[in-house]
Write a protein that binds this ligand. Structure first.
Ligand SMILES: Nc1ncnc2c1ncn2[C@@H]1O[C@H](COP(=O)(O)OP(=O)(O)O)[C@@H](O)[C@H]1O
Ligand SMILES: [Mg+2]
Length: 252
């Protein structure tokens, strides 16, 4: 085996796939370049490739319902949102301080969009994020409780420095479900950040959780270190619908 073949074999065995695929053409075009410069270029290409692959994997595992960033968000449509608060959240200081974020507001005002944008921002900084709807979270906790592996599940969740629990309040919870939700909230309290969204105001959480005492205890922990963003405004979905209904109205 000559050195050419050996180098390719080493690169392949070391999993340096990007380097292996570009090394031939790059060396051909770099006769007069210093060895260090050549290594510098090839290794930086490999690193870029690895980082983007890891980011893509994290995005795939995150469970986001869509991929949208803050650039896709039209702040002029939602003037009740203080842009400086969202910009501050984008610095991710809240994550480093293990604070929570709560987005409150009626359907369609961008609660999920802003949560996902914050989640994507975290992933770009190599922070693992997991998105789930509140309903799916409760179902999972219930199943794992029945299978006697609740502790394992909660430990698994704690691997995510950021979790997004979307759509709290669409269905009222039973007492058992509320208790499981409380255990989830407690497990993350002051240890991990969580973004919650809800179409219900905090005063209505008693009804959702079916018990004023549990609701107060849950809110106490969520809100102790928390940024609350209250969105009052029109649904963006409705705006699109109105636009698309204009031509039909003209025809009539
Ligand atoms: N201000 C906005 N600018 C751009 N797109 C928006 C805005 N608000 C909402 N959207 C879009 O409208 C849809 C509904 O928003 P979503 O975040 O799911 O609302 P919510 O979670 O509050 O019900 C999504 O596709 C979202 O990207
Ligand atoms: Mg939503």
């Amino acid at each position: 085996m000559d050195s050419y073949e050996r180098v390719h074999e080493y690169l392949s065995k070391l999993g340096l796939t990007r380097m292996e695929s570009i090394i031939d053409s790059y060396l051909e075009a770099s006769h007069d370049r210093a060895v260090m410069d050549i290594l510098d270029h090839l290794l930086s290409e490999e690193l870029k490739h690895k980082v983007s692959k890891k980011t893509e994997n994290m995005l795939n595992w995150s469970g986001f319902p869509f991929r949208k960033t803050l650039d896709d968000f039209d702040f002029s449509f939602q003037p009740s949102i203080d842009r400086s608060v969202i910009d501050e959240l984008m610095t991710m200081r809240y994550l480093h301080n293990t604070e929570n974020v709560v987005f409150l507001g009626p359907p369609g005002v961008g609660k999920t969009h802003l949560s996902v944008a914050l989640g994507m921002r975290a992933i770009m900084s190599d922070i693992p994020v997991y998105y789930t709807s509140a309903m799916k979270l409760i179902q999972t906790l219930k199943r794992d409780y029945d299978l006697k592996r609740l502790e394992y599940r909660i430990k698994t969740y704690s691997r995510f420095r950021l979790m997004i629990v979307d759509e709290i309040g669409y269905l009222p919870l039973t007492r058992k479900e509320s208790n499981l939700f409380f255990q989830f909230v407690s497990s993350r309290y002051e240890k991990r950040s969580t973004i919650y969204t809800s179409n219900k105001s905090f005063s209505e959480w008693g009804e959702i959780l079916g018990d004023q005492v549990i609701a107060a205890t849950v809110l106490d922990r969520i809100l102790h270190h928390c940024v609350v963003v209250n969105i009052r405004g029109e649904s963006y979905r409705l705006k699109d619908r109105r636009k698309s209904s204009l031509p039909t109205m003209k025809k009539e």
